[in-house]
Design a protein around this ligand. Structure first.
Ligand SMILES: Nc1ncnc2c1ncn2[C@@H]1O[C@H](COP(=O)(O)OP(=O)(O)OP(=O)(O)O)[C@@H](O)[C@H]1O
Ligand SMILES: [Mg+2]
Length: 252
């Protein structure tokens, strides 16, 4: 199957710093791909260039059939290439369900990817509500639907962000350190619920994460970065056993 995203020869400089030095990256559909690497290796910059927050200084980005290299963030967002913080922050006083439905309202043409056929004929708000019910179940937020979002834990908030991205029509979601600051038990839950998304829906995730001991068992493939380049790619075990990765990152 065609990759959903292809990056070719991506370069990005900040003054004299070469943050990305010719990055090639393919993402397979319905997979969770993880980017790892030491501080300053270029992971966040790669997410920023992919989402369109920064334009690259060289190379090309293709999303599905579209060359998005010169497109801005909003245009990529409309195509379904979504970085989670592009979605307006959850309204803490609204309920979880209300937050889901209002995310779709921002992008009414894209709501219905996961709605049932019958609901396509109903008013879009009804369809959005049906989709939101389905997604909150998948994300294990169903029991919290009518709670104010302010009651959610950090991990549940990350899941709500992913849910809201899907309500906006996301096909590829980019997440920078979703488990940062979350206790290990909940971080495992976040990853297992994200995993359920890719197993159930036509959605693909690219995740930057330092907490390998938590994240690795939930991801399909790993790319290790160092000094603005991808130095190893493969299954989690292949990358972890790669001597170059051990040397530059894992320090064992
Ligand atoms: N907006 C910016 N302005 C100037 N330099 C930047 C900017 N963003 C990133 N850099 C530099 O580019 C390099 C790559 O940074 P980046 O944030 O992509 O690393 P990272 O792999 O995400 O690191 P971390 O694991 O610490 O989050 C670093 O040298 C960083 O200082
Ligand atoms: Mg970073």
């Amino acid at each position: 199957m065609e990759p959903i995203l292809r990056c070719r020869g991506i370069k990005k400089r900040f003054g004299g710093v070469i943050a990305l030095d010719g990055v090639d990256l393919d993402l397979s559909r319905k997979e969770i791909t993880m980017l790892i690497g030491p501080n300053g290796s270029g992971k966040t910059t790669l997410i920023n260039v992919t989402s369109g927050q920064y334009l690259s200084d060289g190379g090309e980005v293709f999303f599905e059939d579209t060359n998005v290299t010169d497109l801005g963030m909003h245009e990529r967002f409309r195509l379904g290439l979504v970085r989670t913080f592009q979605i307006p922050k959850a309204f803490l006083r609204l309920t979880v369900l209300e937050n889901m439905v209002t995310a779709a309202a921002k992008n009414p043409g894209e709501i219905l990817r996961y709605a049932s056929a019958r609901s396509r004929w109903a008013a879009s708000e009804v369809a959005a509500t049906e989709t939101a019910l389905h997604l909150t179940d998948l994300l294990k937020l169903g029991h919290l639907r009518d709670e104010a979002s302010s009651k959610l834990s950090g991990g549940q908030m990350k899941l709500l962000e992913a849910g809201r991205a899907l309500m906006c029509g996301a096909k590829l979601i980019l997440m920078d350190e979703p488990a940062a600051g979350i206790n290990p038990v909940l971080a495992h839950e976040v990853f297992s619920h994200l995993r359920r998304l890719t197993e159930t829906l036509d959605v693909t995730l690219l995740v930057v994460e330092h907490r390998l001991e938590i994240a690795l068992k939930y991801v399909d493939s790993v790319h290790a970065m160092a000094n603005g380049r991808i130095i190893a790619s493969g299954s989690p075990n292949e990358v972890l056993e790669n001597p170059v990765v051990i040397d530059s990152y894992l320090g064992r």
